[in-house]
Design a protein around this ligand. Sequence first.
Ligand SMILES: [Zn+2]
Length: 350
Amino acid sequence: MIYLGFDIGGTKIRGYRVIPSYRKGRLVRADLDENVFSEPELKTRNFQNPKELSELVYKAVKRFGSPKKVVVSGAIAGVINPETLDAVCANVHFPLTFLGDLKNMGYRSFAFNDLFANGTALSRLGPGRNYSVVAVQNIGSGNNIACARNGVVFTRGTEAGHQAYIDSGVSCGCGGSGHLETYASGNGAALLALTYFKTHPGDRKHPILEEALKEWNLENRKRTGMEKLNNDSFWREIVFSIQGRHVMAAYSKFPEQNPQKEIRRLERNGIAYQLGQITGLHQPELIIMRGSFVTENWTNLGKPAVQRFLSNYERFVHPAIERPKIERKKVKKDGVIGAVLCAIDEIRQE
Ligand SMILES: [Zn+2]
């Protein structure tokens, strides 16, 4: 059988052939073979509608063999309709229907929540394989957690980031306010920076704006200077393009300046709080921290959050609970591998 795994985020789609190896029924490794697409990733914004995307995926999948030979499975950062396999992702303006379309063409097709798939891969391979209870804290643009026992994820599609965290907090993208995601994610850091600039409209030379402008220049292939920020509408465009990584880049250059100093403190505290939540609820032996916001800002954010959690342990969790080991993992293909492993599980249960 040929297994094709897809990682379907809000903005990009990656696809690989995954070759799992089993010994005595236990997974020993999963190798990534060829890329399904002719480029490393597809950008969803390059497509006008779901049909256009489906046709391209179908062409790419057909190369690997007929529906009898090929299984396709996706890890999706979004809401999945279990009947049709259609997915709605936050940053795509049309539903992603290609997994359902492939199913209608006769392919064995599956779709899983991305954290469910990531948790499956990380608890069976790599650091997780030597522990029975493994939790994954994912902090990239968003925030979510998964927890597995003996390689089986038992937290199905949680929305761990969207829980009340502080009383009079900033409005969350989901419609609530004061949610943990604002204080423990890349989007959250961006939202806090946006809130700052809305109340400081005269601030036109800030290092956070400089970082955001640098990226704007790259994307638009231009070399626009800071003086252009004196134009109100351009300033607004740049303020709305701020990402968590811009805040952290400004922090690493000017750690004593606000708002990055305060935002970084709030994010560190939020991440530490969630480590406590995970430990208190699930008592994992190992917590794997993944996601670009912590792994790419490990010295300034991830590590200090772990230190805060461990050095105030009794304040966060019941002291009788054993301290988990905490490791970070910087792998971009967990979702692809996890999607395939979850599909194999489903097939075995049929
Ligand atoms: Zn929310």
